[in-house]
Design a protein around this ligand. Sequence first.
Ligand code: MN
Length: 262
Amino acid sequence: MGAMLKFVNHRVIFFHWFNMKGNPLNSNLDRRSFIGKSSAIVAAAAFTGNVIAQDDAGFVLPKLPYAYDALEPFIDAKTVEIHYDKHHRTYVSNLNKLLAGNKDLMKMDINQLVSNISKVPEAIRQGVTNNAGGNANHILYWDVMGPKAGGNPTGAIAKAIDQSFESFDKLKEKVNQAGLTRFGSGWSWLVVDATKKLQVISTANQDSPLMTGNTPILGIDVWEHAYYLKYQNKRADYLAAWWNLVNWKAVSDRFGAAISKS
Ligand code: MN
C-alpha cells in the first residue's frame, strides 16, 4: 500500500469519472461517489477493491456510500459485503460482457438503458434485462438505505404518501406485503407511475419498474441473498427491519426528480 498504489487508484477513479461524464448518472449514490470535493475522491481512492477493472468503456460499480457494517444490526456486514462486492459487481461485469461491441448501448446511462430495453438486440435482451436491471436496481437499493436513517418521511413525499395510501403505516404494510408475496426472487417498490401517482408494485428477478414506465423511488431487494444469513427463511422480519434503514432524503430527491420529469 505505497504511494504508488494510491496514485494508481487516483488515476483509475478519475479515469472512470471522465468516462462517466458522457453518461449522466442520476442517482445520489453516483453523485456522492464521483462529483464534488477532492476529499471524497481521496477517500474513494483509499478503497482498492471498489472500482471494477474495465477496458476503455462500459459501466462501473459505484462505490458503496458507507462501510459494510454501517447497516448493522438490521443488515449484517457479511451480507452487505457479499451482496455488494459479489452480487452487484457480477451484474456490472456481466452487463459489460454482454454489451461488448455495442458501443452505443455501452455509452448509455444505466437507467436509460433499462428504460429502453426493447431496443436491445433480441439475442442479448434477456441477459441485459437481468444484468442492467440488476445494476440499476442495486444502485437504487444502496442509495435509499443508510446508517442512522429510518423514521418518518417529511415534506412533499410524506404528503404524497398520505394522499395515496392514507398513512405511512399503510404504505409500509403494502410494500412489505408486496415483498412477502413475491414468489421466488424479486423486488418490492414504491414508484411514481406514468401519471405521476405513487404506486406500490413488485417485480420478478431483476426486472426494473423502468421497464414498464414506472420510476422507482424506493426499493427493497427480496432475493434471499439480501437477507438469508441473518434472517434465514424469515423474509417478513427482514422487511419489517428494513424500514430502520430507509434514507428519506434519497427517496425525497428521487420523488422530486420523478414528478418533475417530462
Ligand atoms: Mn440483490
